[in-house]
Design a protein around this ligand. Structure first.
Ligand code: PSU
Ligand code: MN
Length: 306
């Protein structure tokens, strides 16, 4: 095992005995939701994974150690410290480790650390992508490059319309990343089940998701697979209300000169503020929906061997 990685006893035992494990990110805890809802959600997520027959591995960097599996106290710490925990993407990882610092892992670094630990399934809320106006700003999330390179299945609810969803799909196509709709042919747009854009493939069961990933793995193909799981109908939000908030947030980001790694957290926080508590509840529910599918898929994958 790599010298910088610590697996919790529960995760280590699961990996050694071939139990299904689902990786979870920590940027969603420190930067994606307010305290204390973030901590409550992170703990519920772990419970849902256990109830569905798998072991949760929440991933973060704590005092320079790459962690797969956190204690409840560590989750409380990441949630309470919030945005003061550095958001850790690929380029940040070696520096934070070298300096013994903490880091909230994004989709990118969660995939990296999951892969180091041998974990193949990762469930979260939304991924980063190609930002609107990327033709000028070059703002394309490192998440897309990681999906191109690291063999981890990422289950999400699509991407928020703070991004250019069409360009995000184009980028993933160029990089050879399969984009799958779970029970749908349409790319879900996080709060909304609809984007008007088609995905590459519709797959309808965890067993078939597992089989697709298994074949990719057996073929030795590099890179991940993106599963987009629409938010449950009961929690889906009105598209126009969300779009208005997004337009407003984008305008403010531009006026205030927000750029680089601050862009996504700024937009996420402003959209959440402008749409009130509704969007937070929707966000929480779609994460629960995704981690349940993650546990089922990780279990199905174990039945296919390895
Ligand atoms: N989108 C969301 N919620 C999130 C994120 C994205 O709806 O919490 C987080 C994830 O951790 C994702 C990161 O990996 O933001 C992307 O940041 P950037 O765009 O700076 O790559
Ligand atoms: Mn960016």
């Amino acid at each position: 095992m790599n010298q910088f990685l610590d697996m919790s006893p529960e995760v280590k035992e699961a990996m050694e005995t071939g139990k299904p494990v689902v990786a979870l990110e920590s940027t969603i805890i420190s930067h994606g939701m307010p305290y204390p809802k973030n901590v409550e959600t992170a703990l519920n997520v772990q419970r849902i994974i256990r109830e569905n027959g798998a072991v949760p591995a929440t991933i973060a960097i704590i005092k320079g150690r790459l962690k797969a599996g956190l204690t409840d106290n560590e989750i409380e710490y990441l949630g309470k410290t919030g945005r003061a925990v550095p958001k850790a993407s690929r380029r940040d990882l070696p520096i934070l480790v070298a300096e013994g610092k903490d880091g909230a892992t994004t989709v990118t670094t969660t995939m990296m650390i999951a892969h180091m630990a041998g974990i193949e399934v990762f469930a979260t809320g939304g991924i980063g992508g190609v930002h609107r106006g990327a033709q000028k700003t070059f703002d394309i999330s490192a998440d897309l490059e990681e999906l191109a390179n690291t063999p981890v299945m990422v289950i999400c609810a699509g991407a928020k319309a703070i991004l250019d969803l069409g360009l995000t799909l184009e980028y993933l196509e160029t990089k050879g990343v399969p984009v799958i709709g779970y029970g749908t042919q349409e790319l879900p747009a996080f709060y909304s089940r609809h984007s008007g854009l088609k995905v590459d493939y519709e797959i309808d069961t965890p067993q078939d998701l597992a089989m697709a990933f298994h074949v990719k793995r057996e073929l030795g193909m590099k890179g991940g697979m993106l599963v987009t799981n629409p938010i449950p109908e009961a929690y889906a939000m009105d598209g126009t209300k969300i779009d208005k908030a997004i337009d407003q947030a984008l305008k403010e980001a531009d006026q205030q000169g927000v750029h680089g790694k601050e862009t996504t957290p700024f937009l996420l926080a402003r959209v959440a503020e402008l749409t009130g508590g509704d969007s937070l509840e929707s966000n929480i529910q779609l994460v629960y929906n995704n981690v349940k599918l993650g546990a089922q898929t990780a279990s199905a994958l174990k039945k296919l061997g390895k």
